[in-house]
Design a binder for this molecule. Sequence first.
Ligand code: AMP
Length: 215
Amino acid sequence: MRIIFLGPPGVGKGTQADVIATRFAIAKISTGDLLRDGVANGTSLGLKAKQYMDSGGLVPDEVVIGLIEEKLTAPESQSGFLLDGFPRTVAQANTLSEILKTKNQSLDKVVYFVLPKEEIVRRLSGRRSCPKCRAVFHIESIPPKKADVCDFCCTALVQRSDDQPETIQARLSVYEEQTAPLIEYYRGTNILCELDGSGTVTDVQERLLAALSGS
Ligand code: AMP
C-alpha cells in the first residue's frame, strides 16, 4: 500500500501516520521528522533546512526531493509507504510521480485531512513533542501523565519553534499558497479521499481505517 497524507499542519497527520504505518506494515516517511533530525544532528542538510523551517517557509524542493528519493529506494519502502508532509508543492508531486513510474509503482490513496482553522491553531499552539522519541502530546487533549515530561522516555517535552503563534500563521499561509493546490491535483486521479480530522485521535483513526480498507 502506498499512501499520502495531505492537509494543513496541525491537522493530525503525524499522529495518525505512526498507527497506520504500523497497522499496514509499511514505512512511514515524514519529511518534517527527517529534516528535524538533520537540524538536531547538525548535518549539512539540517543546516540548509533550518532557516526555512524556523520561519515557517518550505525547504527548497531540491533538498526535500533528494531526501525522499533516498527513502523511496530504500529496502524498507519496497513493501509500501506512507508519506507524511510530502509532497507539499506541485513540483514535488510531479517528481514523486516520475520516481514511482520508473519503479512501476502507483499510489493507492491520498488522504486529505480536513479541519476548521481555529481548531488547527488550537492544536498547534498546545502541541508539545518529545525531542528524543518524537512522541506528540497536547496540553489539553492529550496531556502527558506528568506535566512537560514524555510518558515513554521521560525526556522533557518541548514546544516546536515553528509552533509559536506568528510562525503558525506563516505556515498556514504557505500551506494555502503552495500545498492546497495539490487537492485538485490529486482529485483528478480519483484516489483522493477527504477525511474529517475532528474529534479524538481514536475517532479519526476509526474513520481513517474505514477509508483505507479496500485499498
Ligand atoms: P512538518 O513537521 O511536516 O510540519 O514540517 C515542518 C517543516 O519542515 C515545514 O514547515 C517545512 O519548513 C519543512 N518541510 C517538511 N516537509 C517539507 C516538504 N515536503 N517540502 C518543503 N519543506 C518541508
